[in-house]
Design a protein around this ligand. Structure first.
Ligand code: PBG
Length: 327
């Protein structure tokens, strides 16, 4: 009988050798925590479809930012939920709007140790729930929305955002935001472009998280999950318009896109492990069907392996704790 000449199992045989040869690293600095701050509440409001995630009042947000910094996270991404929504998303450009208040609080609390990022999109602020302003026929008006995004970029930068992250998938958004920032003296503020953002069922729980009233879907501006080349085109356009970093979203169902984008781009690549990815693992774990902590770390490692330099994940703080404990 012939024995195998090659025995890959040797390099899997002990924890020490597995650690020695691991190709992919996962470190707290590679994790970014998305957080929700809501106007007009004084206690955290749980998000039922995202167990363990809450809408924060301002002081709770401060605490979350301090904890994120203490956990050694790379950054924090803010989403604001205003008390009043309207057709053009006025609260998104109000210098005293909740997102801007949140940014100022987080920058003050943890701005030296965390990269403070701001979601730049209108859907949290509009009463119809779309990512832009609507034309007379009810479609999202690309160029009218760009004007609003430019205004948002400036108020977010004034509030101290280090990075603005346009997520609305309007054509030309990165270029308009870059010029608005530069013309207003914010040439140091970076743009993290949600370049390849797919129209996804995995954003479901997020709609609850931001009290969205969206009816219908976002397929007329977010990408079709059937397309891969289109993602590379979006990345190229965003880089030409001045994006400092690019993102793929969602993560787990789009790991092939993430790999392709990482191979193509010469800027840092982020991936967003979205609300539905979080909810799926939490729900399975709550039923005792899956080992929660292992599933979380496995999913994060897969996202890193596929090419993400950093990952936005609702488990960022907790995962960072496990990673520190495992060292
Ligand atoms: C848009 C935005 C969305 C998410 C992040 N930014 C919602 C959407 O595009 O429909 C989803 C994040 C998640 O599901 O965790 N502002």
């Amino acid at each position: 009988m012939g024995f195998p000449a090659a025995r890959p199992r040797r390099l899997r045989s002990t924890p020490a050798v597995r650690r020695l040869v691991a190709e992919t690293t996962l470190e707290p600095r590679q994790l970014v925590l998305p957080v929700f701050v809501r106007e007009g509440i004084d206690a955290p409001v749980p998000i039922a479809s995202m167990p363990g995630v809450v809408q924060h009042p301002l002081d709770g947000l401060r605490k979350a930012a301090a904890e994120a910094a203490a956990a050694g996270l790379g950054g924090i991404m803010l989403f604001g939920i205003p008390a009043h929504k309207d057709a053009v998303g006025s609260a998104g450009t109000d210098p005293d709007g909740i997102l801007q208040q949140g940014l100022r609080a987080v920058v003050e609390e943890a701005g030296d140790s965390l990269v403070v990022m701001s979601d730049l999109c209108l859907d949290e602020f509009t009463d119809h729930g779309h990512c832009g302003v609507l034309a007379a026929d009810g479609s999202v008006d690309n160029d009218a929305t760009l004007v609003r995004y430019a205004e948002m970029a400036i108020v977010q930068a004034e509030a101290g955002a280090h990075v603005v992250a346009p997520s609305g998938m309007m054509d030309g958004q990165v270029g308009v935001i870059r010029s608005a920032l530069d013309e207003s003296g914010f040439s140091n503020v970076s743009v993290l472009a949600y370049s390849a953002k797919y129209a996804s069922a995995f954003y479901g729980p997020f709609r609850e998280a931001v009290d969205s009233s969206l009816k219908g879907d976002r397929r007329a501006y977010q990408q079709d999950g059937a397309n891969a080349r289109e993602a590379l085109r979006e990345v190229r356009l965003d880089l030409a318009e001045g994006a400092d970093m690019v993102m793929v979203k969602p993560a787990s169902a789009y790991l092939d896109i993430l790999r392709a984008v990482a191979d193509e781009s010469d800027v840092p690549v982020a991936a967003y492990q979205v609300s539905g990815e979080y909810a799926m693992i939490e729900a399975a774990a709550a039923n005792g069907w899956i080992d929660r902590d292992r599933a979380v770390l496995e999913s994060l490692t897969a996202i890193r392996r596929a090419g993400a330099d950093f990952v936005l994940t609702y488990w960022a703080g907790e995962a960072a704790g496990w990673l520190r404990a495992a060292r």
